[in-house]
Design a binder for this molecule. Structure first.
Ligand SMILES: C[S@@+](CC[C@H](N)C(=O)[O-])C[C@H]1O[C@@H](n2cnc3c(N)ncnc32)[C@H](O)[C@@H]1O
Length: 284
């Protein structure tokens, strides 16, 4: 199976999600984005005029939060999907954010951005879906200032992160087989590989932090996680045949599996665990 067979490696597939009209982008990546910002930007820099690059920014979960928390910062948010950038622009305009600019750009090729112009570069659960991660990491390295203080900060899912884990277990239960190739969502679930890719791109003093957050999902909302507009889910629909019967069987099996793994509590919630790595490297 080639990389290209996965929807989430195909840029156009991310357009199926949007456009969304959300003023304050939130969701389960927000808490991890706050963790990444806190781990990466020293307290002493909070009020400085730092320049932040957000690669694979999506609807702007990190960028919109950062624009308010680091109010003197300048933020440049990029994503390959027009829908995502349209959604982010809706939030920028609606909140009258003066310090965020959003632009459609391939994170593997950001040649229109000037070298050595950013203090911090983030890619929260974005880089993991780029077919050529090393190329993108080298671009991020080029774009960071050479002042012994600039840093890259990347979020990637661990193999037991709720949705990728449950999708994969559902596939195994239905087909009796293991996945032949790693799903993109888990492409950097190996701490050593993650560290070595950051080092290959030129980063030093690399640290991989392990972070987890539980999320409560109301029982009646579990099927919301199974929308084919989400390329991470579509990856599995395509693998099992992509016809209505197979998709319905997949959905039923997924819901049963989640109930077994995370039995609903007395308040009607499944408490599921999302675990990620945040890899941080310095540019000298
Ligand atoms: C799972 S979303 C993460 C969005 C956001 N960073 C967050 O934490 O919520 C992955 C994002 O990566 C973007 N993406 C995928 N391939 C890309 C590429 N080659 N260059 C830039 N962005 C890309 C998608 O369009 C999508 O918005």
């Amino acid at each position: 199976m080639s990389l290209r067979t996965f929807s989430s490696y195909i840029p156009e597939s991310w357009n199926k999600i949007g456009p969304l009209k959300i003023l304050n982008p939130t969701g389960m990546t927000l808490q991890f984005s706050i963790d990444a910002l806190n781990l990466t930007i020293p307290k002493s820099k909070e009020n400085e005029k730092i320049k932040i690059l957000d690669v694979g920014a999506g609807i702007g979960v990190l960028s919109v939060y950062a624009s308010k928390y680091y109010s003197n910062s300048e933020i440049f948010a990029t994503d390959i999907s027009t829908c995502m950038i349209d959604s982010l622009n809706y939030s920028i305009e609606g909140n009258k954010l003066k310090n965020v600019v959003a632009k459609v750009m391939d994170g593997q090729n950001m040649e229109e951005l000037q070298s050595e112009s950013f203090d911090y570069c983030f890619s929260m659960f974005g880089l993991i879906y780029f077919p050529d991660r090393l190329k993108s990491l080298k671009e991020m390295n080029r774009l960071l200032k050479s002042n012994n203080q600039s840093k890259v900060s990347i979020g990637s899912w661990q193999s037991d992160a709720f949705l990728p884990m449950a999708l994969e277990k559902t596939y195994e239960k239905l087909t009796g087989k293991k996945l032949a190739t790693k799903q993109p969502a888990l492409s950097l679930d190996d701490k050593d590989l993650f560290k070595s890719e950051l080092e290959k791109a030129g980063f030093v003093n690399v640290q991989i932090h392990s972070i987890g957050h539980p999320i409560n999902i109301p029982v009646e909302r579990i099927s919301d996680y199974l929308k084919s507009e989400n390329p991470v889910v579509d990856d599995f629909f395509k693998l099992i045949g992509d016809d209505e019967l197979s998709i319905n069987k997949f959905k039923e099996t997924f819901i049963t599996l989640v109930s077994e793994l995370f039995p609903n509590n007395e308040n009607g919630f499944h408490t599921v665990q999302w675990n990620c790595f945040i890899g941080i490297g310095e540019k000298l």
